[in-house]
Design a protein around this ligand. Sequence first.
Ligand code: MG
Length: 228
Amino acid sequence: MSISLIGLDADDTLWHSESHFVATEQRFMELLSPWIESEEAASHLLETERENLRLFGYGIKGFTLSMIETGLAASDGQISSAALGEIVTWGKELLAHPVELLPDVVETIDRLASVGYRLALITKGDLFHQEAKVAESGLADRFEAVEILSEKSPANYQRVLDRMNVSAAEFLMVGNSVPSDVLPVVELGGQAVHVPYHVTWGHERAEGERGNWHELSSIAELPALLGQ
Ligand SMILES: [Mg+2]
């Protein structure tokens, strides 16, 4: 591989994220249990989140508003104001949750930097929250660039590569989401490494032609894949 720039996704690649959403979703399903079954509540919420993405973008604020909207619809307006207040509190708790790095992240990043790779953190979602997490992670100084995109589209990746003066052939993206971290980069002619997280948000699940990218079970395996 003639890679010069490595892009690293953040949520569920460098630090835990989706597991916190899942825990909140469990509480949400319990809250709606007087009106609908858990599975129905989960699928209703996912559908609402998807519909709201183009208005709210990714992140906890949109998730919180989607829980409120789903609660109102699923209870036919019967959900109490106290319960709605509880949902708002969950959203704030999620936003205030400390950053918990995944195992081997720091060692792997330092190893890759020490052998000369340029590193970029490439994430998407709520600018304010993502910036806060990057700062809190203590990892910011290890990256030449921190890119927070509204959507991980091929065009947005290309803009990052142009800014960093790197061709797609020299670019490797590492992340937990096939639709966000793998497929758009492969489409551009870059390389991608999928490192699955133990839970995946419904919207980030996708099938693709396996074999067009690498699969690792841990980020710690990345230096070896690169021959380092
Ligand atoms: Mg991710």
